[in-house]
Design a protein. Sequence first.
Length: 118
Amino acid sequence: MIHAEYHEATMVHQWLEVRGIPHTHITNEQPNRKRAVAEKRMGKSAGFPDFLIFLPSGVNVAVELKRADKGAKATPAQRKWLYLLSTRGFECAVCHGAQEVVEFLKQLGYTDGDNTVF
């Protein structure tokens, strides 16, 4: 079963990809314990934001993505990473769903002439 956040992340990726906005999705989901242990040994940090986005204006963005239909909140580890990144010049947000990500990017001044969200 695919987690609902997967669909939201896919929509964010597609929206950014179509516009040529450099970005990456950080996978922190753990498929199994063995893989989780290996990734931790390689330096994976719990709570790292789901997306790093680099807007054409030079604004760097970190987004923790939550499901659009649930009232999920950022964990303490996620809040810690967002705070740290904000002190390093990133604009940071916890967004519930892909549409909130797009709205946040537009609040930061991103415009491409396309007012279509989703």
